[in-house]
Design a protein around this ligand. Structure first.
Ligand code: BEZ
Ligand code: MG
Length: 558
């Protein structure tokens, strides 16, 4: 029997989980090209933007401002005040919102005014939309004004939309802010691993994407450098072209061996950064330090002794596609159900991604040299895999790219290291960065999006395309079963209950888009057939019958 204290602790834990799901930022509905969103969407967006400190506008995070004036007030009450404030602002303008905050929380107008000045500017840019005009100008070969690439919460100056997204100067990566944030995330990641395993991981595999590192000015890159225990050094032109070791005393822990798989987009956009990462590994491999404090050196020396190779070969850690190639194809293999043994998915990942980039000790460039043996070796030591998530717009089940990369590499590790790696994701969306396991993230995404009426009703407003999006989410979730066995049975059961076994809902899906409805039902049956979902018999029979009916409908027989 649990003690009252244990019960209270459990209730509190559940309460915090519920709050986490409730407060998770999710996009509701799709963007329609050329159209400004409606007022509800705009209010949601403004509330998200206002939840963060904006020193560039002299604006404090609204929830914190309210909380600081109402100490002891519950989180729900603070949220309610924030919502009402934003609603006031959207319907009646700045003055009314400022007055409301003053009345309810005694917040002086000077304190709240900068927030609404910022939100006013954003509103103006959100309500004018010249995407179609810009597209037409582009098609005529005319000039399109450039604008930064990021998401709106991270950087509201991406507005107005319809501009020519520009990247960043790769030599500026990682920025000072990104490097500082990288330390926090790397420490949290190692803490989490140590809590679960009692020791540091000797080697980790990281996935690095181009767009993410543009948006965060290199947070993923910074995390890799921190794990290795090096800091970037700028040259006379202020370019990050060098690295120096952080001393072991300062680091206070061993240097982790890091295997980096970078996307084709990253390789193309961040060529100097690829060099920086490769240089960092080679520097660490050469440091004269004890093996138990430097796992890169330990692994490199062991490999040299065992395989009689040289240090150049034993310190290859940066991999990508062959020059001119992109992607892992693991997503296509999963979506088309073209695999028998799951290890095929990991092998495909390595086949696509085993091309080394960097420089050898003679200063000769390695530009996409096939290095399958080196990648197999590097992955054979990996104990944990990891990817940084940096946007609220796109998560694990929105696109097939997360499972093709993080799932693909984890599957590759499973065979080569003969263990199931711990798989982690970070979440730098909220102000306090969190590390979650893959399983936790899949559950959170499922509850916050796929099974959340606010999310799927938002999708269904888009008719045919909306049903396709729901089906995509289910298939992407299935991708996490295929590559990492990370999906609980209840997830499939609830998807079936919500979208298929509920007759009015099935009717809606069938009318809007019978193709996607059929694909969704087949995907659920495949999950069961492949052993990912232990479904109950009556549900299965019902699903099979519905699948047959949909097939008949599509073939025009019903
Ligand atoms: C990238 O930004 O590198 C990326 C984007 C989508 C899929 C894969 C990689
Ligand atoms: Mg299962």
């Amino acid at each position: 029997m649990n003690s009252p204290e244990q019960r209270d602790a459990r209730v509190l834990e559940l309460y915090e989980q519920l709050l986490e799901i409730e407060q998770r930022l999710i996009p509701t509905g799709l963007h329609v090209f050329g159209e400004a969103g409606d007022t509800t969407q705009r209010a949601d967006m403004l509330r998200m933007v206002a939840s963060f400190d904006r020193p560039e506008f002299g604006a404090r995070a609204l929830p914190e401002l309210v909380a600081s004036e109402l100490p002891g007030e519950s989180q729900e009450r603070i949220d309610e005040i924030v919502r009402t404030t934003i609603a006031q602002f959207v319907s009646n303008g700045t003055e009314s919102a400022v007055r409301y905050l003053n009345d309810i929380a005694h917040i002086a107008p000077e304190q709240s005014q900068p927030i609404f000045t910022m939100l006013g500017g954003i509103t103006e840019q959100l309500t004018t939309n010249s995407e179609v005009e810009s597209l037409l100008r582009a098609l005529r070969g005319e000039f399109i004004e450039p604008g930064p690439g990021a998401d709106i919460v991270q950087n509201p100056s991406i507005l107005p939309t319809g501009r020519n997204t520009h990247a960043i100067n790769p030599y500026s990566v990682p920025s000072t802010v990104a490097f500082a944030r990288g330390e926090t995330v790397a420490n949290l990641l190692l803490d989490r691993y140590r809590n679960e395993h009692g020791s540091y991981p000797e080697a980790m595999a990281l996935v690095l994407w181009g767009l993410d590192n543009i948006k965060t000015q290199g947070e993923g890159v910074a995390q890799a450098l921190w794990l290795l225990g090096v800091r970037p050094v700028r040259d006379a032109l202020n370019r990050s072209t060098g690295v120096e070791p952080i001393s072991l005393e300062e680091l206070g822990r061993p240097r982790i061996d890091v295997v980096m798989t970078v996307s084709g987009i990253f390789r193309d956009l961040f060529s100097p950064t690829v060099q920086l990462l490769d240089r960092a590994v080679r520097l660490v491999a050469r440091l004269d330090e004890p093996f138990e404090q430097n796992f890169v050196r330990k692994h490199a020396i062991e490999q040299i002794e065992r395989e009689r190779c040289d240090l150049d070969e034993a310190s290859i850690r940066v991999f990508s596609n062959a020059p001119g190639n992109y992607g892992t194809n693991v997503n296509f293999m999963v979506m088309d159900s073209q695999w028998q043994e799951s290890e095929t998915l990991g092998d495909l990942f390595v086949t696509r991604k085993c091309f080394a980039y960097g420089h050898d000790s003679q200063g000769r460039a390695i530009e996409g040299r096939e290095a399958r043996v080196a990648m197999d070796r590097a992955l054979s030591r990996v104990e944990a895999t990891y990817q940084n998530i940096d946007t609220f717009e796109i998560g694990l089940t929105d696109v097939d790219h997360y499972f093709e990369y993080l799932g693909g590499i984890s599957k590759a590790v499973e065979k080569r290291a003969q263990l199931k790696p711990s798989i982690y994701l970070s979440d730098s969306l909220s102000r306090d960065t969190k590390i979650r396991s893959l399983e936790e993230t899949v559950r959170l995404e499922t509850r916050a999006k796929t099974l959340n009426p606010k999310w799927y009703e938002g999708m269904l407003k888009h008719g045919f395309r909306g049903v396709a999006e729901i089906e995509n989410h289910v298939s992407n979730t299935f991708g996490w079963s295929a590559t990492a066995d990370a999906v609980d049975d209840w997830i499939y059961a609830e998807v079936a209950n919500t979208f298929v076994l509920d007759e009015p809902m099935l009717e809606r899906l069938r009318n809007l888009n019978p193709h996607s409805a059929h694909a969704l039902v087949r995907r659920l049956l495949e999950a069961n057939g492949r052993g990912f979902w232990d479904a109950d018999q009556s549900a299965l029979e019902k699903l099979r019958e519905i699948s047959r009916n949909l097939e008949d409908q599509l073939e025009g027989a019903a």
